[in-house]
Design a protein around this ligand. Structure first.
Ligand SMILES: C[S@@+](CC[C@H](N)C(=O)[O-])C[C@H]1O[C@@H](n2cnc3c(N)ncnc32)[C@H](O)[C@@H]1O
Length: 180
């Protein structure tokens, strides 16, 4: 996502914060990472991770991204020392768990600047010869609570410009990045 020093990055459905170290490496201490997740247990793990690394620029907010108003999330971010709108927003293995994911996508857009980069990584049924693995992929998604038919990256294609795409693991993993 070509993160730059000093940028503020929003991670929707951040879970235990596995993306945070990678984001930190790029935005540095002058940047900010905002993680949003509805699960207190997941956020507790993310908080532990931030404390372990002594990161002071990580803001973690418990919120349901499909229902909490973007303005209310922005108010919490600014109270915690961040900016209302982020330069970059991403959702990895997250939107397909949210129903309706379109609401979370709109929240992502509302919480980013006018020329932000938005990224979605999510799952679909494998394609080509890898389609043979579809039952396995379906079972894994069902177990994790993800809707394998959601295809949330299509929102990036629809609403963003300068799209970059990647498809790996027999098409099972789809990534799209675009600029608003
Ligand atoms: C499979 S985990 C992915 C975590 C992280 N993005 C990663 O790549 O490691 C999906 C996360 O989305 C969160 N989630 C699901 N529905 C949500 C919602 N409506 N609002 C906010 N977070 C949600 C879950 O609590 C979970 O932590």
């Amino acid at each position: 996502m070509e993160l730059r020093e000093g940028e503020q990055v929003l991670d929707i459905g951040c879970g235990t914060g596995m993306n945070i170290p990678l984001i930190q490496e790029r935005v540095g201490a002058g940047g900010v990472v905002v993680g949003i997740d509805r699960s207190a247990e997941m956020l507790a793990q993310a908080r532990k991770r931030a404390a372990r690394h002594s990161w002071e620029n990580v803001i973690l907010i418990q919120a349901d991204a499909t229902t909490m108003r973007a303005a209310d999330i922005a108010a919490e971010v600014t109270r915690a020392g961040g900016r209302a709108r982020s330069d970059v927003a991403l959702a990895t293995y997250a939107l397909s768990l949210m129903q309706p994911w379109e609401s979370a996508w709109e929240t992502m857009r509302e919480l980013t600047t006018a020329s932000a980069r938005l990224g979605v990584l999510d799952m679909q049924r494998p394609t080509g010869i890898s389609a043979l693995l579809t039952p396995l992929a379906r079972a894994a998604c069902r177990l994790g609570g993800a809707d394998i038919e959601a295809h949330p990256w299509t929102a990036v294609e629809r609403d963003c410009a300068e799209i970059r795409a990647a498809s790996v693991r027999g098409g099972h993993l789809q990534m799209r990045v675009g600029t608003t």
